[in-house]
Design a protein around this ligand. Structure first.
Ligand SMILES: NC(=[NH2+])NCCC[C@H](N)C(=O)O
Ligand SMILES: [Mn+2]
Ligand SMILES: [Mn+2]
Length: 315
């Protein structure tokens, strides 16, 4: 049985993955998340993907210092807006270019504001793609609703074109449609975000639904919503804080009551099985927030989620 053969409808043979290493943290306040991608690569992720039968492109992590700006005062409540915008614009280009070549971009964060870039890049190449967002958080605050001003809590509002528009972010085409987005794993959603989800009819499966229906049924319902015929390209954006903190402790905004190890991996396996996965983000691994063993565990889980999404099976 070769489940590692070419079941992907969109990625040509030989299957090629392009690792987009994004050592970036300006979308939130904690130090260390910029080291996430370095740890994931040093743990052996490129070789592990080769062992799964993928050709792996990786020519080093992006160096974003060059586009950092001396003076980056808040715009309204948004923190580090210019730096976040420039980095995400560069990431959109990188992801879009890989996708154009028929490669599957695997973006390693870094904080989740990067998804403004990754999803922009995906939608550029695959305008009818849908987004499966796995997270404890909805990351859909607008400049108006955000309490923290951290852009990692806001990428989806920009991609959907919700809230106030800013010149600085005008490069983002608001091309994501609410019905092409689905969440799994939510359990810490701000009041303003709940209103946005409701008003825009955005489908979300919180931990309550995971408990109620089980992960198998939840994934099926999520795909039935965004991809009923399983013919649309899928962008999977996985924030490791979707996992329970006992599974992925070293992350900036842990919330208890999360996905088990298997539930998280099941989601990734199921996305691969559709044959529609065209892009993957592994976000918010922060190697500075726990003791060495817990860091190692979190990095290892980041690697194994990526392997599962790229076809690693249990048998
Ligand atoms: N990508 C994340 N970990 N996001 C956490 C966001 C937390 C909070 N909702 C905020 O907007 O600040
Ligand atoms: Mn999160
Ligand atoms: Mn997130």
């Amino acid at each position: 049985m070769s489940s590692q053969s070419s079941i992907s409808r969109f990625i040509p043979n030989p299957k090629t993955v392009a690792i987009v290493g994004c050592p970036f943290r300006a979308g939130q306040a904690k130090l260390g998340v910029d080291n996430g991608p370095i740890h994931l690569v040093e743990a052996g992720l490129p070789r592990q993907l080769e062992e799964l039968g993928w050709k792996v492109h990786f020519d080093g992590h992006h160096q974003f210092e060059e586009i950092a700006t001396e003076n980056d005062p808040p715009i309204g409540k948004l923190k580090n807006p210019r730096f976040v915008s420039r980095v995400c614009k560069a990431v959109a280009k990188a992801v879009g270019d890989h996708a154009k070549k028929g490669q599957l971009p695997l973006t390693l964060g870094g904080d989740h504001s990067l998804a403004m870039g990754t999803i922009s890049g995906t939608l550029d190449q695959y305008p009818d793609a849908c987004v499966v967002w796995v997270d404890a958080h909805a990351d859909i605050n607008t400049a108006d609703t955000t309490d923290s001003g951290n852009l990692h809590g806001m990428p989806l509002s920009f991609l959907l074109g919700l809230g106030e528009k800013f010149e600085e972010f005008s490069w983002i085409k608001p091309v994501l449609k609410p019905e092409r987005l689905v969440y799994i794993g939510l359990r810490d959603v701000d009041a303003g975000e709940k209103r946005i989800l409701r008003e825009n009819g955005i489908k979300a499966f919180s931990m309550h639904e995971v408990d109620k229906y089980g992960i198998g049924k939840v994934v099926e319902m999520a795909l039935d919503h965004v991809n009923p015929k399983r013919e649309r390209p899928i962008h999977l954006s996985f924030d490791v804080d979707a996992l329970d903190p006992s599974v992925a402790p070293s992350t900036g905004t842990p919330v208890r009551g999360g996905l088990t190890f298997r539930e998280g991996h099941y989601i990734c396996e199921a996305m691969y099985e559709t044959g529609c996965l065209v892009a993957l983000d592994i976000m918010e691994v922060n190697p500075s927030l726990a003791d060495p063993e817990a860091v190692k565990q979190t990095v290892a889980v980041g690697c194994s989620l990526a392997r599962s999404a790229l076809g690693e099976t249990l048998l």
